[in-house]
Every structure is written in C-alpha cells, then in structure tokens.
Design a protein around this ligand. Structure first.
Ligand code: DAH
Length: 349
C-alpha cells in the first residue's frame, strides 16, 4: 500500500499506523538475530526502509498538518527502534539462533577416518569371489600343534622342507603356524565332505624381511573335497579366480612340490608392475608367484579320517600381500607393514 502523491493528514496517519503495526510484528516475531536484522533493514534501513517514505512524505503535507504528522512520525520511529532494541536483547540473552558470522573459506578441520588395510581389502575381495563358488570361511589357531602344522600334512619328521618353516615354538609341540594349511585338516576332522572352505589368517616364518618376503604375513588357504574332484576342477577354479581378480592378465601353472599335495603346482600371474617386462618386484622374471596348489595327498585325507579311496580334493595357499602388490602397484612388500599413513591413505576403496 503506497501513500497517495498528495496525501492528506488522514492518509498519512493511517498508512503510518499500518506500517508501524507491520514493523512491530516483524520485529517482535523475529525468531533469530538474522531475521531481526532483516526486519530492521526492511523498516528502519537507511536505504530502503519503509520509514523513509514517511520521512519524505512529511514534505508533501499541507503546512498546518506538518507538526502533527512529524510528531506521529517520531513516535512510530521511536517505537520501532525501541522494539528492535528489546528483541535484540531478548534474542541475545537466550542465545537463540545466534550464528557467528560464517567464514565459508575457512578450511574444514580434518576428520580422522579409519580405513581397511590394503591386504584386508584384497582378502575380502578374494573371499567374495570364492563365496560365489560356494566356499565358506573357516578359521584356525595361530598357535598350532606340530601335528596339524606338519605331521598330518605329510611332512616326514626330518624333511628339509621344514627348515623353511622353522618358526617359534611356544611349547614343546605348539608353534606359531607356518602356513594356513593346518586348517585343512582341522576342517576335514570336523565336517564331512563335500567341503569347500577358504581360510584366511596370519602365518609366521623364518623369512628375511625383503621386497617380497616378511617373517609374518597373511595367507589364504582354499580346500575343496568331494567325490570325483580332479585337477581339472583345480585349474578351472583358479583360472576363473585369476581372470575375475586380474582381468586379462596372463596366468600360468608351474609344477612344484609340497608334501601335502600330489601333483603340486604353483600359479604365477604376469607381473602387473612391469606388464611382464621384468622388474625388481618379480626379480626380472616378468611373473609373480601368487599361490601354491595341488591335489590333496591321500595321506592328508587319511590323517584327517577321510576315506581317500572315496574322496579326492584340491587345495591352494595364496599370499594376499603379493596379490595386493600386484593390484596396487606396490614395488616393496615392506610398506604394508610400515603403518605409514601417507602410503596407506592412497589405497582406500
Ligand atoms: N602351505 C603352502 C605354503 O605355505 C602353500 C600351499 C601350497 C597350500 C599348496 C596349499 C597347497 O593348500 O595345496 O607355502
């Protein structure tokens, strides 16, 4: 509602009273200091406040009406100013809705965000692939009996392969397990075939700490036992895994030896760090060994109380840290153990 161009005293006082009512309501109802400031600008502001129109209109009134209009103008202005001061005090006291001025350019405080270790990420990804193939997770103790770690797995008492595995003995016949293979026997003792398990866990070895070895590292054991299982199943399953995990990278099997498998094979993947050209990580061969595997030796099945005439099986043990090296292009395995956040931070999924 605007004042007429030639307002009468009546026009003036009516409009002024209307504006005063609006202004007092806006001020009194302001929920916070921002709203109060907006009301101040709208009604008392120097540039576009509603009050200005009435100040200017004073000059348009008939001479005789000016003193009366001026008085009313001053009263309304004072009322508004007083209401403003009161509301300001109220809001300030209650602290209601008080926002300190916001500096949107201020850098945010860094939030500490935990994340999974790269080797854990790889173990989970591998477990997810094998889960689709019907493999369940099985776990075994890290402090293991000699019988499970060696004897049941067909290691002769004085076999030179045990030198590689020589580890810390906690008691006479209890040692820190040197591989996850004992979980095979523990599972076969507890459950009847068909069996398909994946057993991730840490193992301990007399290995030097170098670019591709560590004295403590994670392994993932796999075991499949059923009637009529053959090497074809081993090769097809591990081939499928390699293709799922590494895509088009080439993979190869090499004959090998383990006391608990016959025949035995190791699987290599074309080194992803040098694309097969040969680098320090793959010792110049262009290939990275990622797992050992083979057909479960009948002696192992028999040690676990499984009829080896009826059942056959295949197994593998892989090194997820080696695989994480390949996946994330890490030249030296030791960085996985350094707990250096600058490295670990780069690998989160
Ligand atoms: N236990 C072996 C190691 O630690 C790895 C391994 C090889 C596990 C062949 C297996 C297997 O299950 O069949 O080197």
């Amino acid at each position: 509602m605007r004042l007429p161009d030639q307002p009468s005293l009546r026009d003036y006082t009516d409009h002024l009273a209307g504006m005063a009512a609006d202004g007092l309501a806006a001020i009194g109802d302001a929920p916070d200091l921002d709203a109060l400031e907006a009301a101040r600008v709208a009604f008392l502001g120097d540039r576009r406040g509603e009050i200005l129109e009435f100040q200017r209109a004073l000059g348009l009134l008939a001479r005789d009406d000016k003193p009366e209009a001026g008085k009313r103008f001053n009263t309304v202005k004072r009322q508004l100013e007083q209401a403003l001061a009161e509301r300001h005090a109220e809001l300030g006291r209650a602290g209601a809705g008080y926002h300190p001025p916001l500096d949107r350019t201020m850098p945010a405080r860094p939030q500490w965000r935990g994340a999974k270790h790269p080797v854990t990420l790889v173990i989970e990804e591998i477990a997810a692939i094998f889960r689709e193939l019907g493999f369940t997770i099985a776990l075994g103790p890290e402090a293991e009996r000699e019988w499970y770690n060696f004897t049941s797995l067909n290691f002769p008492a004085d076999h030179p392969a045990m030198d590689m595995h020589d580890t810390l003995y906690v008691q006479d016949d209890v040692l820190l397990r040197t591989h996850t293979s004992p979980v095979q026997v523990r599972t076969l003792q507890r459950y009847a075939p068909p069996i398909r398990i994946l057993a991730p866990g840490n193992v301990y070895r007399r290995d030097f700490f170098d670019a591709s070895h560590a004295p403590m590292f994670a392994q993932i054991e796999g075991l499949c036992v059923d009637e009529g299982v053959s090497f074809v199943d081993l090769k097809a399953t591990l081939g499928h895994f390699a293709q799922r995990f590494f895509g088009s990278a080439r993979a190869r099997f090499r004959p090998s030896f383990f006391p608990f498998t016959e025949p035995s094979a190791e699987m290599d993947i074309e080194c992803q760090l040098c694309q097969g050209a040969g680098c320090a990580a793959c010792k110049g061969t262009g290939w990275m060994e990622i797992l050992g595997s083979g057909m479960v030796h009948p002696a192992v099945l028999e040690a676990a109380g499984i009829d080896s005439e009826k059942y056959t099986g295949w197994a593998f043990g892989m090194g997820p840290a080696r695989i994480a090296q390949q996946r994330y292009g890490v030249g030296d395995i030791r960085v996985f153990y350094d707990s250096d956040v600058r490295f670990l931070e780069q690998i989160t999924e």
